[in-house]
Design a protein. Structure first.
Lengths: 115, 118
C-alpha cells in the first residue's frame, strides 16, 4: 500500500532564505508524485508533479523538486522564499489501479516565512 | 469562469441535522472526489466517482452519501450530523485514467466548505 511521510510539520524561515520541505513515500508500483500548496482559506492547487523522465521538476512560483528513486524521496526546494510563500504544502502520491487513480496526501508542512 | 465550485462556503448546524454540500466542475473531467480536512490540516479521501460511478469509498460512515447526477456534479449528503463531522470538506476533479497524458491525475480543488456542527 502506498504511503506518504512529510518529515516536518512546520518550517519557519526568514524571507529570502532557501527552504527544503521533505517528503518520503512508499509504494509497491510505479507512482506519480505531486506537491500541492494551500494558501489560507483556499483549496489546494498544484505546484509541480513528477510523472517520468528528468528527476528534477520545476513548478510554479520558483519551486522545484527532485525525485530520488533509491531514497524514495521527493523533496521540495526554493532558493529564496517570499512572505507570500507562507502556506501549507502537501506532498502526494498517486498510483493507477483497477478503479482509477488513488492519491494519498501527506500530513502537510506549514511553511512560515518571517520578515 | 470558476473551475470547481462548492456551495455553501460555510455551514453551521446543530447535531442531528441533515445537510448537503454541492460541487460542480466545468472542466469536462470524468473523475470527482470528496476530501475531509480536519483541524490539523490532515487531508483524507472520502469518495471518488468516475463517470458517475463510485470507485473509491474509504471507510466513511454510511451517514455520508455521495450522489453524482451527472459527471459534472458530485454532491455530498450527511445525515444525523455529529460533532466530529466538523471539518473543511473539499471537492476535487481530474481527467481520470483516460485523460491526456501528463494531466490525467492532476486534481483541481474547489474552495472548500467549512462545516461546523454545534
Amino acid at each position: 500500500a502506498q504511503s506518504v511521510t512529510q518529515l516536518d510539520s512546520q518550517v519557519p524561515v526568514f524571507e529570502e532564505a532557501p527552504v527544503e520541505l521533505r517528503c518520503n513515500y512508499s509504494s509497491s508500483v510505479s507512482v506519480y508524485l505531486f506537491w500541492y500548496v494551500q494558501y489560507p482559506n483556499q483549496g489546494l492547487q498544484l505546484l509541480l508533479k513528477y510523472l517520468s523522465g528528468s528527476t528534477l521538476v520545476k513548478g510554479i512560483n520558483g519551486f522545484e523538486a527532485e525525485f530520488n528513486k533509491s531514497q524514495t524521496s521527493f523533496h521540495l526546494r526554493k532558493p529564496s522564499v517570499h512572505i507570500s510563500d507562507t502556506a501549507e504544502y502537501f506532498c502526494a502520491v498517486s498510483e493507477l489501479n483497477t478503479g482509477g487513480f488513488k492519491t494519498i496526501f501527506g500530513a502537510g508542512t506549514r511553511l512560515f516565512v518571517k520578515a | 469562469d470558476t473551475a470547481v465550485s462548492q456551495t455553501p462556503k460555510y455551514l453551521v448546524t446543530q447535531m442531528g441535522n441533515d445537510k448537503s454540500i454541492k460541487c460542480e466542475q466545468n472542466l469536462g473531467h470524468d473523475t470527482m472526489y470528496w476530501y475531509k480536512q480536519d483541524s490539523k490540516k490532515f487531508l483524507k479521501i472520502m469518495f471518488s466517482y468516475n463517470n458517475k460511478e463510485l470507485i473509491i469509498n474509504e471507510t466513511v460512515p454510511n451517514r455520508f452519501s455521495p450522489k453524482s447526477p451527472d459527471k459534472a456534479h458530485l454532491n455530498l449528503h450527511i445525515n444525523s450530523l455529529e460533532l466530529g463531522d466538523s471539518a473543511v470538506y473539499f471537492c476535487a476533479s481530474s481527467h481520470g485514467p483516460l485523460g491526456p497524458r501528463g494531466d490525467s491525475d492532476t486534481q483541481y480543488f474547489g474552495p472548500g466548505t467549512r462545516l461546523t456542527v454545534l
